[in-house]
Design a binder for this molecule. Structure first.
Ligand SMILES: C[S@@+](CC[C@H](N)C(=O)[O-])C[C@H]1O[C@@H](n2cnc3c(N)ncnc32)[C@H](O)[C@@H]1O
Ligand code: SF4
Ligand code: SF4
Length: 493
């Protein structure tokens, strides 16, 4: 198979202002590139302390920790051409979709029930389904209640930024130290193609005027958060032909204002969703277009590349959604929080993370020492813990790692339809999986049957279960060594 066409060169870093530059100046050389911080050496210790258990702000943490969103904020003050919150489907995983909207009291019950059952839970986020800052009273009431009962849970909000500046002081008072702002443009001309209107200070604004106000408020909100040391993640939806090239400007401007991470996500667009873009046939980017853009953004604000574009009521590790297990009907009224399970999990996982860190450093050291230009894209079936531990047929997604002499880095994921349904169900065809794995050189999984293995091979895709249960980086570095002829490939398990 030919080498991937993705570029691994990016623009050279420009000087960044604000607290982030100061924070980063104390950091060591990153152990990985491309994605959000993976090792304590990637950032200043004070920042590592804030992100080390946050699955979205640290790529490493997402192997071990879970988030939950509570859908308490349905109202929104902005209309985006890609969003329709009226559309609901229990089986669909994408932003803005929820099965039930909650009051702050109901949200508290649900958070307690989840914390008792999901010991990995570390973060409570409010990501709509509308806007957490616009629907502020419900956001604040939810956080106040939850933090009284579960003081060590991290609080997180996601907002379009329009009224964010009005709430920064309160966010700081509530110890919310992670905020996501969606910034799709820094030029109102581009903004007018994304936002038909906004509702601001009791008036509706349209077109360029709306985009100009939104832009000014987003920049102000970001600066205010940076000034307080609150970590920010900027979400940008990549809309081919509308803002894809413009996202370089966005990346530069948010970096200058202290953004911690830039999360460029693909537009999800379907006529059935009833959005403006869906109706006019605006397409989202392909996985390869998405990766190529992210690669070209390297060197600017650090990128988040492991976002799963979760529902507004998602529960569990990123990539899994256990939301349907926790409906209000199944939660008793007087449910109380049992702290023991989460505390025990943290102790166990601390050892595991230390071992993983040592294995990762060794693997990255090995590939960096190779004298090769070669770059490989490896798709990994994993169900958490940073290991190759998912059966090929059970995988609903593959994590994509790039390995080259620059290191080993998570560069994205590919969602697939589960191939093997089990229980007498009809297996799905492999065509969809093969299409989703476009550009991938090798697939790693815990186990695979002969039939799918042969079919993948006929489609030009290599797959191996020889590294089942190894740490991902260990397995990827072994594959790389085999590819370069340094070591033979391990025998299939
Ligand atoms: C549902 S919104 C809720 C938070 C807030 N209102 C906002 O826009 O940031 C959460 C995230 O989902 C993104 N989103 C919504 N619909 C999307 C779509 N069709 N494709 C890609 N991203 C989408 C938004 O841009 C935002 O970053
Ligand atoms: S601001 Fe957020 S919730 Fe509002 S329309 Fe846009 S994506 Fe949807
Ligand atoms: S949508 Fe992205 S940033 Fe938000 S919880 Fe999911 S993975 Fe994290």
């Amino acid at each position: 198979m030919s080498s991937p066409t993705v570029s691994i060169e990016g623009p050279t870093s420009t000087t960044s202002e604000g607290f982030l530059a100061a924070a980063k100046s104390g950091g060591c050389a990153p152990s990985s590139y491309g994605s959000s911080p993976t090792s304590p050496g990637d950032v200043d210790p004070a920042i590592w302390d804030k992100i080390k258990d946050h699955p979205c702000f640290s790529e490493e943490a997402h192997h071990y920790f879970a988030r939950m969103h509570v859908a308490v904020a349905p109202a929104c003050n902005v209309q985006c051409n890609y969003c329709n919150r009226k559309y609901d489907c229990a089986n669909e995983s994408r932003p803005g979709v929820v099965s039930e909207k909650l009051t702050p009291d109901q949200a508290l019950r649900k958070v307690i029930a989840v914390a008792n059952e999901v010991p990995q839970l570390s973060v409570l986020g409010i990501a709509g389904p509308g806007d957490a800052c616009y629907d502020w009273e419900k956001t604040k009431a939810t956080f106040d209640r939850v933090i009284r009962e579960i003081p060590d849970i991290k609080l997180c909000v996601s907002t379009n930024g329009l009224v964010l500046p009005d709430h920064v002081a309160e966010l700081a008072e509530m110890n919310v130290d992670h905020v996501t702002i969606t910034i799709n443009m820094v030029d109102p001309e581009v903004g007018a193609k994304i936002y038909p209107w906004i509702f601001y200070e009791n008036r509706r604004y349209f077109g360029i005027e709306a985009a100009r106000i939104l832009h000014a408020r987003q920049m102000l909100g970001l600066e205010m958060l940076s000034a307080r040391g609150i970590l920010t993640k900027i979400n940008s939806v990549m809309i081919p032909g509308v803002n894809d090239q413009h996202l370089f400007e966005v990346n530069k401007m948010v970096k200058e204002r202290g953004a911690f991470l830039h999360n460029v996500m693909p537009l999800i667009s379907d006529p059935a969703h009833g959005t403006h873009y869906g109706l006019i046939g605006q397409r989202g980017p392909t996985a390869m277009e998405m990766m190529a853009l992210q690669d070209r953004l390297e060197g600017g604000a650090k990128l988040m590349r492991h976002c799963r574009q979760c529902r507004a009521d998602a529960v569990g590790l990123l990539g899994e959604d256990r939301g349907q297990e926790f409906t209000l009907d199944g939660i008793p009224d007087g449910v109380t929080y049992e702290a023991g399970k989460r505390q025990a999990y943290r102790q166990v996982v601390a050892h595991e993370r230390r071992d993983h860190e040592a294995a990762r450093s060794e693997a990255i050291g090995m590939v960096k020492a190779t004298d090769s230009e070669k770059s490989l894209l490896v798709a990994v079936a994993t169900k958490g813990g940073g290991r190759v531990n998912e059966h090929f047929g059970h995988a609903k997604e593959f994590q994509v790692y790039e390995v080259s002499p620059r290191g080993i880095s998570l560069v994205g994921h590919r969602k697939v339809e589960r191939y093997c349904l089990g229980g007498g169900g009809e297996d799905a065809t492999l065509e969809g999986v093969i299409a989703a794995l476009e550009g991938i050189h090798i697939v790693l999984c815990a186990k695979i049957g002969n039939r799918p293995k042969e079919q993948l091979s006929r489609a030009g895709l290599r797959v191996t279960d020889a590294y089942g249960h190894d740490y991902i980086e260990t397995a990827v570095s072994a594959l790389y060594a085999a590819e370069l002829g340094i070591r033979p490939l391990a025998a299939t398990a």
